[in-house]
Design a protein around this ligand. Structure first.
Ligand code: SF4
Length: 339
C-alpha cells in the first residue's frame, strides 16, 4: 500500500518548531513557516500529497513499511490508522483535522533512545509558540507530547483555548506527575481521552531504561490514574512499551504486572538509534528474547529477521552499557558470550 491520508489531514509541530507531515515521516518540511496552517497548506506538503496520489512508494515513509512488514504493532502502522479514520475523504480538499504537538522539550527524564530534541536533560531547553486558536476550528484529534507535557504550563494554556468537547485527546506522559484537580477537570471535558503512560519495564528495569523514573512514584501515579478513570467510559489509560535491545525480554513481565491484559497495551519496536534496535543483535540474543516473549512472538520474529547481526553496532551498544540492575544481569551476561 502506498496511499496514506495523513498529509491530507494531519500536521506535526516538534519542540524545535519544525513541522512534519507526520511523526514517522523521515524528514521535516524544509521551509520556514509562521504557523501550522501555513505548513499544512505549503507547496512542499502539496508535493507530498501529489506523490501519494500518483502511487509513488515514498522512501520517507519506510517506518510504516517496516511496521506493516512485521505486522506486530497494536495499530499495525500509522498509515493504516490514518486510512481507517479518514479513507480518501479529503484528497480533493485537504482539511487540517488532526494535530500532534510538542510545545517544548522540557523533561525530567533522560531515557535510553531519546535525545536533545525531546528532552532538555540532553541539552538546551527548546520551546515554540502555541498555535493560533482559529487553527483549531476543524480539529477533531489532538496528540500532546513533550518533553513531559505536565511540566510545561503552555500545555495547560493549549487545553484551555481549544473546543475540548469536540476533540479526542491523546496525551503521552512519563507518569512522573499526576495532574492537579484543575487539569483533571480540563481533561474530563474532552470528547474522548487516551492517557498514554510510557513504561519500558517494571521496577529497577524501568528506572534503568528511563532514567528519572522512581518506580514507587510510578506505581503511585498508576493507581491514581486507574482510580480516576474507572467510572469514565470516555477515558482509556494505555501503557506504552518501546522494545529495544536492553528491555525487550522484559515486556511480558510488565504486561503481567499491569493486570490489564495484553490487549490493553500499545507497543512499538525501536528502529532508531540503530544500536538499540533488536534486529541487529547476535543470534543467541535474538533467540533469548524470543524465548521470553509469548505475547509478541510472531511479530517480534518478523522484526528480528529484518536485519543481520551488526558487529559495529553491537560494539556501540556494549560501550553504552553502565552498571545494570540485578534483574537484568542474566540477560546482559549473554552479551559477552562468544565475543
Ligand atoms: S505512510 Fe506513514 S510515514 Fe508516510 S505520511 Fe503516512 S503515516 Fe506518515
Amino acid at each position: 500500500m502506498t496511499f496514506c491520508a495523513a498529509p491530507f489531514v494531519h500536521m506535526v509541530q516538534n519542540p524545535d518548531g519544525q513541522f512534519r507531515t507526520c511523526c514517522m515521516y523521515e524528514k521535516p518540511l524544509s521551509g520556514n513557516y509562521n504557523n501550522i496552517k501555513e505548513a499544512f497548506d505549503s507547496d512542499e506538503n502539496k508535493i507530498i500529497r501529489d506523490r501519494m496520489l500518483s502511487g509513488e512508494n515514498l522512501t520517507e515513509c519506510k517506518k510504516c513499511d517496516i511496521d506493516e512488514y512485521h505486522n506486530g504493532k497494536s495499530e499495525i502502522s500509522y498509515r493504516q490508522t490514518f486510512n481507517k479514520r479518514y479513507e480518501k475523504k479529503y484528497i480533493d480538499e485537504p482539511l487540517f483535522k488532526n494535530l500532534e504537538i510538542s510545545v517544548s522539550n522540557k523533561c525530567n527524564f533522560k531515557c535510553l533512545g531519546c535525545g536533545p530534541r525531546f528532552s532538555n536533560q540532553f541539552g538546551p531547553t527548546i520551546s515554540n509558540n502555541l498555535p493560533n486558536s482559529k487553527d483549531f476550528e476543524k480539529l477533531e484529534f489532538l496528540k500532546i507530547l513533550g518533553g513531559e507535557p505536565f511540566l510545561d504550563k503552555k500545555n495547560i494554556d493549549l487545553m484551555k483555548m481549544i473546543p475540548r468537547h469536540k476533540i479526542e485527546l491523546m496525551l503521552v506522559t512519563n507518569n512522573s506527575i499526576f495532574p492537579n484537580k484543575e487539569i483533571l477537570n480540563l481533561l474530563s471535558e474532552f470528547k474522548t481521552l487516551n492517557i498514554n503512560l510510557s513504561i519500558d519495564g517494571i521496577g529497577k528495569i524501568a528506572e534503568y531504561a528511563r532514567p528519572g523514573t522512581k518506580w514507587n512514584r510510578f506505581e503511585r501515579n498508576w493507581n491514581k490514574w486507574m482510580n480516576w478513570s474507572h467510572d469514565k467510559s470516555y477515558c482509556n489509560i494505555v501503557p506504552h512499551f518501546v522494545l529495544h535491545s536492553l528491555n525487550a525480554p522484559f515486556f511480558d513481565e510488565a504486561v503481567n504486572w499491569s493486570g490489564l491484559g495484553f490487549s490493553k497495551w500499545s507497543w512499538d519496536f525501536l528502529v532508531e538509534p540503530k544500536w538499540l534496535n533488536v534486529s541487529y543483535l547476535p543470534e543467541h540474543l535474538k533467540k533469548y528474547i524470543l524465548d521470553k516473549s509469548v505475547n509478541l512472538r510472531q511479530p517480534l520474529k518478523n522484526f528480528l529477521m529484518m536485519n543481520q547481526y551488526d558487529k559495529k553496532n553491537f560494539r556501540k551498544l556494549l560501550s553504552k552499557i553502565n552498571v545494570v540492575p540485578d534483574e537484568m544481569e542474566n540477560y546482559v551476561d549473554l552479551f559477552y558470550r562468544n565475543l
